[in-house]
Ligand binder design. Structure first.
Ligand code: PLP
Length: 394
């Protein structure tokens, strides 16, 4: 068998391990007494429009077509609906011929990385970063290098990027709003990053692709804007997912948008189609392609996450924990009061608080708290957080 695949299959992710522990613990002490903040599974239901679209699609019509294969890159009408949404929302030229429907952001990323990387090339990203990036980059034959972020803001360290870019750099992978920091990269940062990449493309005489991983685009608070990267940098691929915005993670639906302004955009799109083919990601789930086409621009009730963020941030800060206030996603990335975040998570377990150490996100000394749970659960967890803080003398 393939030893790399065996290694990946036999080693469960830390997040999953904690999640499984939480289930076992809930069986012992009751689910209401376990505060599981491990998993980024949306807690708000999909908007009613999703259920209505499913019901309408299942009522009458041609069921064979509904459940049948779509064209490999996705149903044309679906891609046209998404292209229209992109044009309207971002005033950016988009058409169906540059969209490829996929199974969520994970497939979008694996396909995009495989489309742009050649064996031995490098993908750069910034820590903290989504734990699966390394696996996805290596599947594409590339190597992932994580660069530091500014610890005061968790914004990308652009000096580190400048030093790391080389003729071997195939892609820079950005995730904003960020998992796990919740930080949103503002326009100033994006402009500087785009200028740097454009300069290096010229210097090296090769494209450096910007891959924008944005499943949390609509999960932002306090009116914060998330810049649309294709508007700032031509060689961009957007990896979008409806997992978080429409609360559909189990339905595996999203898309890749290849900027028509990318150099050799048509060839790049064909490379995406080729990678989708090679990896077996053709014909994304047909029913849910059609559902999302009818729900463009909609989200679940994001205000619940905002309420959770405000409650948790205020409480944890008052107990003495330190954290960069997040503007988006549904995570707090809290500094561990002791150097070893794993030890901190073990102590938190004594209070039935299940947190994830930052080590796997490339950032030791921090923990991630996924606050996509009910506001009642947040409220009930606060005394446990307070006791945890006191146990450190905070
Ligand atoms: N990228 C980031 C930053 C994520 O947080 C996640 C999931 O949590 C993914 C990608 C994968 O998303 P999907 O479930 O749409 O495959």
């Amino acid at each position: 068998m393939n030893q790399r695949m065996y290694g990946l299959g036999s080693k469960c992710s830390v997040i999953r391990e904690i999640f499984e522990y939480g289930k076992a613990r809930a069986a012992q002490v009751g689910a209401e007494n376990v505060y599981d903040f491990s998993l980024g599974n949306p807690s708000v239901p999909p908007p009613q429009a999703v259920e209505d679209a499913i019901a309408q699609l299942l009522q009458g019509g041609d069921m064979t077509a509904l459940h049948g294969y779509t064209s490999a890159p996705g149903d044309l009408e679906v891609r046209e609906a998404i292209a229209a949404h992109i044009r309207k929302t971002f005033s950016f030229p988009a058409d169906a011929a540059h969209l490829y429907m996929t199974c969520g952001a994970a497939a979008s990323l694996t396909v995009s990385l495989s489309a742009v990387c050649n064996a031995g090339e490098e993908v750069l990203t910034f820590a903290p970063y989504f734990t699966e990036y390394k696996v996805f980059a290596e599947t594409a034959g590339a190597r992932l290098t994580a660069l530091p972020s500014d610890p005061a803001s968790f914004l990308p360290d652009l000096a580190a990027l400048e030093a790391a870019l080389s003729p071997k750099t195939a892609a820079v992978l950005l995730n904003s709003p960020n998992n796990p920091s919740g930080v949103v990269y503002g326009e100033e940062t994006v402009k500087r990053l785009a200028a740097l990449l454009a300069e290096k493309e010229k210097e090296f005489g090769r494209p450096i692709y910007l891959i924008s991983d944005e499943p949390y685009r609509e999960l932002v608070y306090g009116g914060v804007q998330v810049p649309y990267l294709p508007a700032y940098y031509n060689d961009t691929l957007v990896c979008y997912s409806y997992s978080k915005s429409l609360s559909l993670p189990g339905e595996r639906i999203g898309y890749i948008f290849v900027s028509p302004r990318a150099r050799d955009a048509e060839a790049l799109y064909l490379a995406v189609c080729g990678a989708g083919r090679a990896l077996g990601y053709v014909c994304a789930p047909s029913l849910f392609q059609k559902v999302v086409a009818r729900c463009q621009g909609m989200t679940g009730d994001v205000s619940v996450y905002e309420q959770n963020r405000n409650t948790l941030l205020a409480a944890l800060t008052s107990y003495g924990f330190a954290c960069v206030p997040p503007d988006g996603a549904f995570y707090l990335f809290v500094r561990s009061p002791e150097a070893d975040a794993n030890a901190f998570c073990e102590r938190a377990k004594q209070y039935d608080l299940l947190l994830v150490p930052g080590d796997d996100f490339g950032c030791a000394g921090y923990v991630r708290i996924a606050y996509c749970v009910s506001p009642e659960r947040i409220a009930r967890s606060l005394p446990a957080f307070e006791k945890l803080a006191k146990s450190y003398g905070l």
